[in-house]
Design a protein around this ligand. Structure first.
Ligand code: HMG
Ligand code: MG
Length: 306
C-alpha cells in the first residue's frame, strides 16, 4: 500500500454546512475555506447552486465563491442540480462541478424532485455544456449502502446508475453511504459491482459515519484500489433529505489512518486539526473527529508509518 497517492475531497464547507441548523455567515465560510486551502488539501467542495428555499444554509454560494482567496493548485468545486445551477456555477468560476442522483428512486424524488431516470436526462445538457467549457463533472450516487425510504439497496442497482453516469461523460463518481448504514463486506460487494462497469480510479467513496463504520469501510475500499476519499473536517455533515444521517467521516481521522498506512496525501494533519477546531468554535458545534478529541499521541512524529 505504501507510497500510493490518495486524494481527499474535502466536503465540509458544502456537506458539512448544508446540515447546520442555522445559516452560517458567509464571512465565516470564507475564512473556513481559506484555512482549508492552506492545509495541503487539493480539492475543496465549496458550496451548492441549488434552490435556496430547499437549502437556505448554502444560499450564499455566489458570495462565498467571490470572497474566497484561491490558492494555486487547489481545486474549488460546487454541486449543480440543473442548468440553472450550472449557469450560476460557471459565473462563479468554479473549477469543476458535481451533479447528484441516487441508487434509490424514493430518495432521488425527495432530494431533487425527480426519478433516477429523469435525473440522468437532466444531467445530459449539463455535462454537454461543461465539456464545451473544459470543466470536469463529478457525479454523486446517494444511498449506495441503504436508503432511509427503500431500505436495502443491491450492488447491481448502484452499478447500474454508475454506468449511466459514466456513459454520460462524468469523469469521477462518488459513492455515497448517505445514512452511514453499510459495513465493510457490503461496501466491498458494492465497489466490486461498480469496478465491473467503470475503472476503479474514477470511483470515490463518501461515507457518512452515522454508525461508526466509515473508517472500516474506507480501509476495505482502499484494499480494493479506491484512491479518492470524501471527508469533512471535524466530521461535519449530513443530508437535509435523509433524516437521522449524521456527519461525514472526519478528515482528521482519515488523514491519520492514511498516514499510518503509509499513503501519500500531501496534507498537514496539524493544520487540518486546527481548522476543524476553528470551524467548530465559530459555529458552536461538537467536533466529531476522534483524532481532534484525543489529540496526537506523544511522539507521533517519530511513529513508524509503513
Ligand atoms: P424543483 O422544485 O424540481 O425545480 O427543484 P423547479 O425547476 O420546479 O424550480 C422550483 C424553484 O426552485 C423555482 O423557484 C426555481 O427558480 C428554483 P420559485 O419559482 O419557486 O421561486 N430553482 C433554483 N434556484 C437556484 N438554483 C437552482 C435552482 N433550480 C431551481 N439551481 C432542485 C429541483 C434540484 C433544484 C431542488 O429540488 C433542490 O434544490 N434540491 C436540493 C437538493 C440538495 O441540495 N440536497 C442536498 C445535497 S445532496 C447530498 O447531500 C448527498 C451527497 O452528499 C452524497 C451523499 O451523502 O449521499 C452529495
Ligand atoms: Mg453526503
Amino acid at each position: 500500500m505504501s507510497n500510493r497517492h490518495v486524494k481527499i475531497v474535502e466536503v465540509g464547507p458544502r456537506d458539512g454546512l448544508q446540515n447546520e441548523p442555522t445559516v452560517i455567515p458567509s464571512s465565516v465560510k470564507t475564512e473556513f475555506i481559506n484555512r482549508l486551502s492552506k492545509t495541503g488539501l487539493s480539492h475543496i467542495e465549496v458550496s451548492s447552486f441549488v434552490n435556496p428555499k430547499r437549502v437556505p444554509q448554502l444560499a450564499d454560494a455566489v458570495d462565498v465563491f467571490a470572497a474566497i482567496k484561491r490558492t494555486p493548485g487547489v481545486h474549488y468545486s460546487a454541486l449543480v442540480p440543473n442548468e440553472k445551477g450550472l449557469m450560476a456555477a460557471l459565473q462563479s468560476n468554479v473549477d469543476s462541478i458535481a451533479v447528484f442522483t441516487a441508487a434509490s428512486n424514493k430518495f432521488c424524488e425527495k432530494n431533487i424532485n425527480c426519478s433516477i431516470e429523469e435525473s440522468i436526462e437532466r444531467f445530459k445538457p449539463i455535462v454537454e455544456i461543461a465539456k464545451q467549457k473544459n470543466i470536469a463533472v463529478r457525479a454523486y450516487v446517494s444511498c449506495v449502502l441503504g436508503c432511509p425510504y427503500e431500505g436495502y439497496i443491491s450492488p447491481q442497482k448502484v452499478s447500474h446508475v454508475v454506468k449511466l453516469l459514466w456513459d454520460l461523460g462524468c469523469s469521477e463518481i462518488s459513492l455515497g453511504d448517505t445514512i452511514g448504514a453499510g459495513t465493510p463486506n457490503q461496501a466491498r460487494k458494492m465497489i466490486h459491482a461498480c469496478m465491473d462497469v467503470v475503472p476503479v480510479d474514477s470511483l470515490a467513496v463518501h461515507y457518512h459515519d452515522t454508525r461508526g463504520q466509515a473508517l472500516a469501510n474506507i480501509f476495505a475500499s482502499l484494499e480494493l484500489g479506491i484512491s479518492i476519499i470524501d471527508s469533512s473536517v471535524a466530521g461535519l455533515g449530513g443530508c437535509p433529505y435523509a433524516e437521522g444521517a449524521t456527519g461525514n467521516v472526519a478528515t482528521e481521522d482519515v488523514v491519520y489512518l492514511l498516514q499510518g498506512l503509509g499513503y501519500v496525501t500531501g496534507i498537514d494533519l496539524g493544520k487540518i486539526i486546527s481548522t476543524g477546531k476553528f470551524i467548530c468554535k465559530q459555529i458552536s458545534r461538537t467536533n466529531n473527529s476522534k483524532v481532534s478529541a484525543a489529540g496526537l499521541p506523544m511522539g507521533y512524529e517519530n511513529y513508524e508509518k509503513s
